[in-house]
Design a protein around this ligand. Structure first.
Ligand code: BJW
Length: 239
């Protein structure tokens, strides 16, 4: 099956790659829906990643992100991230990388033009974006706040019920419509609108290949499913 997919990669003039949390599993970042460990095992990540949760329990949600930031800062891009970055460098303009991931590992592997649909966990922004708070008034805390009006800092990620960055989403939709081949790597295919990009690629005539050790709803539009870990499969396909 690798030979077949390698042939499709060789032929395709435009390739879109949609990655999710499984892409970073071999770097040591737990997937979003995997059981949480230690202190965080009692919480469902889906219940923490909302604005309502942050407003109700700012310290709890802030500390969860602080814990994940620390963990992510300590890991490295894996051979899968590196294989994608190296392919993009060797074939300028042929590959569009679209990611659910907020961990910045594609960017650290060299793919600075990755379309990060759910933001970046390393960055913060004001919770109430309409208030004009100054950076010099940031008072340390869990979370930090504006010493003048109390506005809170929050992680610059996209929570459930929030809009995705419009430019990145539009570019991802265009790439999905135009690609001849889409590789869907390490995502459960449950979170929209990102998951819908695989259907867009399929409906627009692109071939879809899913790389995931488990079955997902996106298998329905895949011409082939490779049930392998991303960090092993991608280097084998893209070398
Ligand atoms: C391996 C592996 C290895 C393991 N190798 N693979 C249409 C239909 C239904 C619902 C909706 C819809 N449109 C919108 C919605 C609502 C909602 C949604 O999708 N809900 C569903 C859960 C039902 N979407 C939204 O709210 C989005 N916003 C939106 O639509 O705005 C418009 C709107 C506004 C107002 C009202 C309504 C609509 C925003 C979604 C934001 C998602 N944010 C998060 C958190 C980011 C911050 C953080 O990290 O804390 O993004 S949620 C979380 O899920 C995170 C991830 O990026 C995302 C996707 O998860 P992913 O990557 O698939 O990870 P996992 O863990 O689920 O799966 C890992 C996979 O890897 C598994 O399959 C493993 O098998 C595999 N794997 N090891 C390869 N080694």
């Amino acid at each position: 099956m690798h030979e077949t997919v390698r042939g499709w990669i060789h032929e395709a003039r435009s390739i879109a790659v949609l990655t999710g949390a499984g892409m970073s599993a071999e770097s040591g970042v737990p997937t979003f829906r995997a059981a949480q460990t230690g202190l965080w095992s009692q919480f469902n990540p889906q219940d923490l990643a909302t604005e309502a949760a942050f407003r109700a329990h700012p310290q709890r949600v802030w500390d969860w992100y602080a814990h994940r930031r620390e963990m992510i800062a300590a890991v490295q891009p894996n051979p899968g991230h590196k294989a994608l970055a190296s392919f993009a460098e060797r074939h300028p303009g042929r590959l569009t990388l679209i990611t659910h991931n907020v961990d910045g590992l594609h960017q650290r592997a060299g793919q600075t033009d990755a379309l990060a649909l759910h933001g970046n966990i390393a960055e913060d922004r004001w919770l109430d974006a309409l208030r004009s708070c100054c950076a010099e008034n940031i008072e340390a805390g869990h979370p930090p706040r504006c010493s003048v009006c109390g506005n809170l800092r929050r992680p610059a990620v996209v929570w459930f019920g929030e809009s995705l960055p419009a430019d990145a989403l539009e570019a991802a939709e265009n790439a999905s419509r135009q690609c001849e081949l889409m590789l869907v790597v390490g995502t459960s295919g449950e979170v929209y609108p990102a998951a819908g990009l695989a259907f867009t690629a399929h409906q627009s005539g692109g071939r879809v290949v899913v790389i995931n050790p488990e079955h997902t709803p996106l298998d329905a539009v895949a011409e082939l499913c490779l049930h392998e870990p991303a960090a092993v499969c991608l280097p084998a396909l893209l070398a």
